[in-house]
Design a protein around this ligand. Structure first.
Ligand SMILES: *[C@@H]1O[C@H](CO)[C@@H](O)[C@H](O)[C@H]1NC(C)=O
Ligand SMILES: *[C@@H]1O[C@H](CO)[C@@H](O)[C@H](O)[C@H]1NC(C)=O
Ligand SMILES: *[C@@H]1O[C@H](CO)[C@@H](O)[C@H](O)[C@H]1NC(C)=O
Ligand SMILES: *[C@@H]1O[C@H](CO)[C@@H](O)[C@H](O)[C@H]1NC(C)=O
Ligand SMILES: *[C@@H]1O[C@H](CO)[C@@H](O)[C@H](O)[C@H]1NC(C)=O
Ligand SMILES: *[C@@H]1O[C@H](CO)[C@@H](O)[C@H](O)[C@H]1NC(C)=O
Ligand SMILES: *[C@@H]1O[C@H](CO)[C@@H](O)[C@H](O)[C@H]1NC(C)=O
Ligand SMILES: *[C@@H]1O[C@H](CO)[C@@H](O)[C@H](O)[C@H]1NC(C)=O
Ligand SMILES: *[C@@H]1O[C@H](CO)[C@@H](O)[C@H](O)[C@H]1NC(C)=O
Length: 482
């Protein structure tokens, strides 16, 4: 039960301030308390179970605040992270020129407000919860991750005591500027400078970068140009020897070939500030009436002969009222708008998640948020990707229909889904709802910490991985790693 010092003081402060209020409104006060206290389940649990007898709460708080500093150093042992103070050319300068990022498609500037969360969604007409939904771009994970890291409670400026070293490079924003130009050296330039900069720091020599990690907000294949010519896609950042020694997190990894890459959830539009907001949202999605058996939100991929999206769309249309199609290729449908997407997904039992330009989709996480059971057609869309965040046993939370069967017209999606029993649907949906906290990135500006989210899980697993690598290296087993 490790709590940051600030939270404990806050807690005490609020408790004293609100004690008389709570006595007046015994039953109403609980919600207020737990939302103020965020992650502090210990505290709100006591207050809930002993509603009417508030003293035990105060005892719990006082006791915790007495030896909190012991708790802090204890809980941080083995979890300290040193963050490299990179020259601004590797991160902040990229944000300054935001109208050029991702050109020529659109201006990224509106997505960078609220420190990368994007504009707050207004007027959702009750579809979304107030204040915690944003117009978040799907390629901003590196910004979100860096901001969360600034609030990580076990930061250290003493690199010798750090368990891991974070490199806050905005690799995706960098390469995104040049992906559609035919000059490989411009795509590689900043990444080459970054790897050189990192390699020349004293921290590198300790483990040759094995304890370093960085995050890319774009899929890993944008950084794995197959051949060293101008026509191949992407940069060669992840092929550089320095990168191969580091741990790399991205929204889609190039697995199963790469041992040092790990996929973490795409950023969605939901960035709650308290545990209560998460619980209320889960409850709202649990009680939602769902009129469609399944739905699909997306566009066809006419230039990809291996795409099954045409078949998906045809089967959806042929299923009449069983299926809802949100056709993202038609101008009237705003698939970028979380209100429109959630409206469809919360009204559906199953959400189809076929591959698009690459195997994974942000839509997978939007369907989880909406309590809509994802249907996958390729194991690379989730099962072999998000191994840190999603359950190993994928039948618990999803349905799998092999893409070849769809391509060859050997399966009827509507009939397959109609065969899933009501009990199985309920069980799967519960598991999907339980995944919600694990796949969101909480609003880092919130004063209270909230339940373990996608960031917390990723950092925990990076630390575990580095610890394992360290042990192997100390045992002289370094070769196993490559
Ligand atoms: C923290 O305080 C409690 C109660 O005073 C005590 O029982 C416990 O041993 C203390 N823990 C540490 C690590 O000092
Ligand atoms: C922004 O980026 C573009 C393309 O890389 C470049 O031509 C332009 O000079 C940059 N503008 C500023 C103000 O840095
Ligand atoms: C590290 O150093 C910076 C600059 O001196 C300071 O602002 C920051 O609070 C320090 N962080 C920690 C965790 O000590
Ligand atoms: C690519 O850009 C570099 C500068 O970054 C330039 O020196 C080189 O001539 C360009 N190559 C081509 C083929 O345009
Ligand atoms: C990379 O570093 C070199 C040498 O310091 C510098 O001339 C060049 O402008 C840098 N390139 C980029 C893209 O920052
Ligand atoms: C990567 O690590 C190996 C040892 O595991 C080391 O020999 C190699 O020099 C490192 N690469 C770089 C670029 O530092
Ligand atoms: C798709 O196109 C590629 C090259 O254009 C070709 O090699 C491949 O056989 C085609 N696949 C199918 C399923 O038609
Ligand atoms: C199920 O989908 C098929 C096309 O894949 C269609 O012919 C059939 O009518 C649909 N059945 C129902 C009950 O919608
Ligand atoms: C996986 O989950 C399903 C559904 O919950 C269950 O029936 C099955 O036994 C599980 N399989 C394993 C290997 O745990």
């Amino acid at each position: 039960m490790e709590k940051p010092i600030i939270t404990n003081h806050r807690k005490l402060f609020w408790f004293i301030l609100l004690l008389p209020l709570s006595l007046l409104f015994l039953y109403g006060s609980h919600q207020y308390f737990s939302s103020l206290n965020g992650r502090n389940t210990h505290f709100s649990f006591l207050c809930t179970s002993l509603a009417g007898v508030l003293k035990p709460c105060s005892l719990g708080v006082a006791q915790k605040s007495r030896n909190q500093s012991d708790e802090h150093s204890e809980s941080c042992s083995g979890r300290y992270i040193y963050v490299h103070d990179l020259p601004s050319q590797f991160n902040d300068d990229l944000l300054r020129n935001c109208s050029w990022l991702l050109r020529p498609w659109y201006d990224m500037c509106p997505y960078l407000t609220n420190s990368g969360l994007g504009r707050q969604v207004e007027n959702s007409e009750g579809v979304l919860s107030e204040n915690s939904w944003f117009q978040t771009n799907q390629f901003v994970l590196e910004i979100i991750f860096r901001n969360r890291m600034k609030k990580y409670k076990c930061l250290t400026n003493d690199s010798s005591s750090a368990s891991a070293v974070f490199v806050p490079f905005f690799a995706g924003l960098d390469v995104g500027r040049f992906l559609w130009t035919h000059n490989a050296s411009t795509r590689d330039a900043l990444g080459l400078n970054l790897t050189r900069w990192v390699r020349e720091r004293p921290e590198w020599k300790k483990l040759w970068g094995r304890d370093h990690f960085f995050v890319t907000g774009r899929i890993a294949s944008d950084f794995r140009r197959p051949a060293d010519n101008d026509w191949g896609w992407g940069s060669k950042l992840l092929n550089l020897p320095e990168s191969m020694n580091m741990t790399v997190l991205s929204i889609e990894s190039t697995n199963p070939w790469s041992k040092n890459e790990f996929a973490v959830p795409y950023p969605t539009h939901f960035h709650p500030s308290s545990e209560d907001e998460v619980h209320q949202w889960q409850m709202k999605m649990r009680n939602q009436k769902r009129h469609y058996l399944f739905s699909f939100s997306g566009a066809p991929r006419p230039f990809r002969n291996d795409s099954i999206r045409n078949e998906i769309i045809e089967q959806c249309l042929a299923s009449g009222n069983l299926c809802k199609l949100l056709d993202c290729s038609s101008p009237g449908n705003n698939c970028e708008n979380p209100v429109e997407v959630v409206k469809v997904f919360r009204d559906s039992v199953f959400c189809l998640q076929p591959p698009g330009d690459s195997p994974t989709r942000r839509s997978t996480f939007e369907s989880i948020l909406s309590g809509c059971i994802p249907v996958f057609f390729d194991p690379g869309s989730a099962y072999t990707q998000y191994i840190w965040h999603l359950p190993k046993n994928y039948t618990e939370y999803s349905v799998f229909i092999p893409r070849d069967l769809v391509k060859e017209g050997k399966v009827r999606i509507n009939e397959t889904l109609l065969q899933v029993s009501e009990n199985d649907i309920l069980a799967k949906r519960e598991d999907v709802l339980r995944l919600i906290p694990k796949v969101i990135y909480a609003d880092f500006r919130s004063k209270s910490e909230i339940l373990e989210d996608a960031f917390d899980i990723a950092v925990k697993r990076v630390l575990e991985r580095v610890e394992t690598l360290r042990r192997q290296i100390n045992n002289g087993n370094d070769l196993i790693l490559n």
